[in-house]
Write a protein that binds this ligand. Sequence first.
Ligand code: GDP
Length: 357
Amino acid sequence: MKVGIVGLPNAGKSTLFNALTQGGADTAPYGFTTIEPNVAIAAVPDERLTTLADTLDASARVPATIEFNDIAGLVRGASEGEGLGNQFLAAIRETDAICHVVRCHGEPNVPHPDGRIDPIADIETIEAELLLADLEQVGRRLERVTKKAKSGDPEAIADRDWLTAVEAALGAGEPVRSIPPPAAAPGAARSLGALTSAPVLYVANVEEGAVEVPAEVAAHAERAGAVAIAVSARIEEELAELDPPEAAEMRAELGIEASGLERLVRAAYELLDLITFFTADRETEAWARSLRRGSSAADAAEAIHTDLRRDFVRAEVIGWRDLVDAASWAAARERALLRTEGRDYVVADGDVVLVKT
Ligand code: GDP
């Protein structure tokens, strides 16, 4: 699962990304690692994993992760090839969710590309580029699909009708995600590869010491059906360099409750509509793993190991809290707390799953 970080130049994307990357060194196991200069893997903080691993005396604990991609180069005119233009647009197409960093702080030493601080105008600049790029893409696709629809192919007809609705929405300034993809043309959304189909999380990069999302940004997010969080990228970068106890002290002084990075990672996790299930037993490691909400036990097996879907016979399932209360697998079995489930069982957030082959 990939989250793309976008925003105007100087919005604070790299600062936030650096904070995500540096935070890892000292806070393992909830670490962050950089795999490419602009790609970081962030661990999803989850106290349930710690409790579970302690209870079962697991030899290691491995958190669920999300990939963050720092996508630089979006400037006014990107949809027409300005800045990094197409390269940047291609990077966005590969993401499952967008984290939109919006400059809300007024630091005079940080130049703004348009020479003024106006979070809503900035959001609109970015979103207009994405909409324009999508509009162009829809036009091209519509031409091709319309030809195919003329032959009477029902899938092409559904695709064409959807694209027509999408074109109208984009023309009215609405994102592709506002038009549900057609059931009769399952590949339509993927073939379009829109930039405005992924869900968005707004990150208001606020003044040092501020904790609230500015009202106008909160209102914009609400209208868009999106979540907004307030973070000071600069403070998070500074905090990420401190030892955890020092960081906690500084947070308390500043009145920032949870780590901004943790809030960001959690919000991204929810945005992706992910749930967590655990795998754990005494001899091995305790893992938290992510799954799309609504996934089956067979999907969970595949998330553990690709071959496990094929070899799946049944799963033993227990809620993490029940297992912790029982204190051991043996006790949980004795109390008949383990359920046997088939491959179609819909995994619940917090399930501990043992796949039997
Ligand atoms: P990007 O172009 O979006 O990646 O922006 P950067 O992360 O490189 O930030 C541009 C400049 O703004 C840098 O000099 C940062 O130190 C500064 N900056 C970023 N976030 C903040 C913040 O929260 N407060 C202040 N005062 N400056 C910030």
